[in-house]
Design a protein around this ligand. Sequence first.
Ligand code: ATP
Ligand code: MG
Length: 562
Amino acid sequence: MTDTDTEEKAGEGGGNFILDIIAEDVASGRAKEVVTRFPPEPNGYLHIGHAKSICLNFGAAETFGGRCHLRFDDTNPLKEEVEFIDSIIEDVRWLGFDWGEHLYFASDYFERLYEWAEHLIEAELAYVDDLTADEIREHRGTLTEPGRPSPHRGRGKEESLDLFRRMRGGEFADGEKVLRARIDMASGNINMRDPVLYRILHATHPRTGDAWCIYPTYDFAHGQSDAIEGVTHSLCTLEFEDHRPLYDWLIENLGVPSRPRQYEFARLNLTHTVLSKRRLTELVAGGHVGGWDDPRLPTISGLRRRGVPAAAIRDFAARIGVTKKDAVVEMAALDHCTRELLNRTAPRRMAVLRPLKVVIENYPEGETEELDAVNNPEDEAAGTRKVPFSREIYIEREDFMDDPPKKFFRLAPKREVRLRYAYFITCTDAIKDADGTVTELRCTYDPETRGGNAPDGRKVRGTLHWVSAAHAVAAEVRLYDHLFAEGDASGDGFLDRLNPNSLEVLDDCLLEPALGDAGPGETVQFERQGYFRCDPDSTPEKPVFNRTVSLRDSWAKKQKKG
Ligand code: ATP
Ligand code: MG
């Protein structure tokens, strides 16, 4: 989110350059209605980069009162699975978008696409080639060198048609033949040097089973699927910019039922992570993370499990905007959106992650009292709750120092601090084990300070969270850090750069009893620590919480300074 990005994104409509283009098309009457689509290939789970595209496509349709289709680009049976189809449907829905009845699959169009391929052959605009994939690559030339024609380029339409039908009939092995467009082997655009339209793959397709052994390429399927569905604006990422002439060539030569147009925008890149399905697949398949929904992954399901709300992802997408310039966005910008939203919505609770026992010696033994605690200072309607207090409590180990430096304002020998919603306590003794590790604190409390204020007006500098020992709920807490310690995780050997400390599991955490019946999905703020979401791994005996984000917003600070 640099300044130039902001400039670029603030177009006429106050939206982004894509919305400006659509607005023009609507104003000029070129688009009677606005139809967009999100076209995932079901070869992995969706990640936050896809969320950018989803928000753009569904958002544009909504802005102009049109519709957005969810279309699976399922043209490669070797990599596609039903599990991925299901997860994608779940994730898009969870992000808050609705395609209504417009759920489509490119595989639904296989017959139609096949007919169009025959049509191209008849028009002498396509031919069957016998070169292998490697040979085709060799013949293709480079940016500076024109391509060389295949020896089969001159094949007549009858022979090509016959071969193409036999390809469909299963007479040939994988890779033995392909169908290619006959365009221009000398074109400055390599995509126009007789691109492959169909290849032979004897593979079972998740939807069409064994009905087909030839499959259209992305280039042949995509634009035609757009045209079949009446898509008006086919929005894709910049790497397809060089495919646009081919997209248009096919649309123009096929007599398709509508005229979609392709527009490209920059893909999202994020620091400290990878946004490529190939790399995410490597992380999952190699067991480097716990699965596609590992909370450290930038997948939608990982972010959901971590506790990032869908609304925070939508907000993030809106803030980063849509431009034509490749940029890398700070992960901290996403954290910022998450924090801002959860600050408004998440109930506050007290949880001690690394407990240190405190005995309040002048507090009556066996007594418990209920103190009032505010559920959310940002939301009065959230009300208050009761928190039990008793003679033995736990505080955070790091909130005590035996020999504190100057700026440490928390608990230390002879020092007085406030226990949140409770009393002032003063440390009278620190009990240590043989190694000198503090194992327990002895304190006294001032009964006059109930609720957290002294009637004589004396001040304390520290306020600590705590839980009552007798009432606490034992829990596991998982603290997550960046999957990659370095900001730039791209480049080769990315697995070597995984952060070995990206997950820290704390086994002996103690929560206030209000969290005893927390169910998976519940998101709260642990006071002074961060936002946490109850994980599906929780059992009735022991809840598990994932840290979504800490409270410290380094990103917002940096923005102010910068
Ligand atoms: P990957 O590079 O992660 O494998 P992909 O582009 O192959 O992604 P698709 O399933 O084909 O994945 O993507 C569906 C749509 O999402 C496409 O229109 C694609 O351009 C868009 N998309 C994918 N990655 C990003 C990203 N990082 N930022 C924005 N849009 C993206
Ligand atoms: Mg793709």
